[in-house]
Design a protein around this ligand. Structure first.
Ligand code: CTP
Length: 401
């Protein structure tokens, strides 16, 4: 961890005393620590003890003009490599899940472009409360990392999950994060995601059921691994990961143009469900339903194949990965697609309605390469993203070696 730096946010809980031990553990490993103490946190540990152990000034007040002129809260939240919240109280979790920023700690969490690791600590009933569990799910979805809480006896005398992870466990989680992160540092990644919409007239379009979730998770994972990531996305209802460059498009032709503008790229992952055809003419005014008239026939034209175009491109991405959404013969079709499209890997998945993959949070994929097929077990789409980023890092490092 030498040379790394952590911004530690100490919330107001009895476990705050353990955060002093955490500062020592991090400093011993060579990691720099700046700390923010929430107002409630100052009831449990003093700014003086935190400053003495971290060897740095402690920040407690959002509106200290001196602090703002020396190091503003945005700068504070971005100069660290990782934000760690320990103890992460139910209140701090709720604030970040809801996007509130009414003190220095919550403002720093919202203003950062760095990953966040939370070590929750609270009473077992608070932890089990549907509101906290809802916030936990939302934060995980946003990419917040968690360590603990552990089961055990609490300061309040109750027993169950809610005890903050021990300082050594939190330090180990931070160490693991730094060891796995940064493997794609200095590389450029391009990801397409979501459906495309092909206009019929100003109010109607042809589209598909793609939610964009898998592509967004992959873009997030690549960015977390250090790649400078451009996400070219069709219309979807999900928020983009903060650390990617988002290019929003509507049609397949716009998606192709956006992808070409993002080249060169070391790796490209094409997860978008691009419409194969578009109405040949997009009418400028709405088609009217005249009584007795025949239903209109829509003449279709073929859209460009973005994956195949990039495969032949003068600036072909170093590692080009396609997706194959199939409803039968998943692996066989993917193998054929690998050849037809001229890409390096195909990530194949079964999107039959019974699998719940379309729009759902889980996925079962097969990685098809010229060398063979890897069958991955069913997992969260976010985990598919993380594992794929790790697999890409292995391949790119192997190629470079
Ligand atoms: N793709 C693309 N541009 C298109 C169509 C598909 O870039 N116009 C990409 C997708 O993003 C995906 C891969 O090609 O990475 C496979 O898409 P898929 O729709 O499964 O393949 P098709 O060639 O359309 O084959 P089919 O629909 O017949 O299965």
């Amino acid at each position: 961890m030498r040379g790394k730096s952590v911004l530690l946010i100490i919330g107001g809980g009895i476990a705050a005393y353990k955060s002093l031990e955490l500062i020592r553990a991090l400093k011993t490993r060579g990691c720099g620590v700046h700390a923010i103490l929430t107002q409630a946190g100052t009831e449990f540990v003093t700014p003086l003890s935190v400053a003495s152990l971290s060897g740095e000034k402690v920040f407690t007040d959002l509106f200290s003009l001196t602090d703002e002129s020396e190091m503003g809260h945005i700068e504070l939240s971005r100069s660290a490599d990782l934000l760690v919240v320990a103890p992460a109280t139910a209140d701090l979790m709720a604030k970040l899940a809801g996007g509130l920023a009414n003190d220095l700690a919550s403002t720093a969490l919202l203003a950062t472009d760095k990953p966040v690791l939370m070590a929750p600590a609270m009473n077992v009933r608070m932890w089990n409360h549907p509101a906290t569990q809802r916030n936990l799910a939302a934060l995980k979805k946003d990419g917040v990392l968690f360590v603990g809480p552990n089961d055990g006896e609490m300061a309040c005398g109750e027993f169950g999950p809610g005890r903050m992870a021990e300082p050594a466990e939190i330090a180990a989680a931070i160490e693991k994060y730094f060891a796995s992160g940064g493997r794609l540092n200095g590389l450029r990644a391009l990801v397409t995601a979501g459906p495309t919409q092909e206009p019929i007239d100003p109010v109607r379009f042809i589209a598909n059921r793609s939610s964009g979730k898998q592509g967004y998770a992959i873009a997030d994972a690549l960015a977390r691994a250090g790649a400078e990531t451009t996400l070219v996305s069709g219309p979807v209802d999900i928020a983009a990961p903060t650390s990617v460059r988002l290019l929003k498009v509507t049609t397949a032709r716009e998606m192709l143009a956006a992808c070409e503008s993002a080249l060169p790229a070391d790796v490209a992952v094409m997860t978008a469900a691009v419409a194969d055809w578009r109405p040949e003419v997009a009418l400028n005014s709405k088609i009217k339903k005249d009584a007795g008239a025949k239903a209109p026939a829509i003449q279709m034209a073929e859209n460009p194949d973005i994956l195949a175009t990039l495969a032949r491109h003068a600036q072909r991405p170093g590692l080009l990965i396609g997706f194959a959404a199939e409803t039968e013969n998943v692996v066989a079709y993917a193998q054929a697609k690998l050849k037809k499209k001229g890409c390096d890997w195909i990530v194949a998945n079964d999107v039959s309605p019974a699998t719940g993959v379309m729009g759902g949070d889980r996925n079962t994929v097969h990685i098809v390469t010229a060398g063979g097929v890897e069958d991955w077990p069913e997992m969260q789409k976010s985990e598919v993203g993380t594992r794929l980023a790790a697999r890409i890092a292995d391949a790119v490092r192997g190629k470079a070696a």
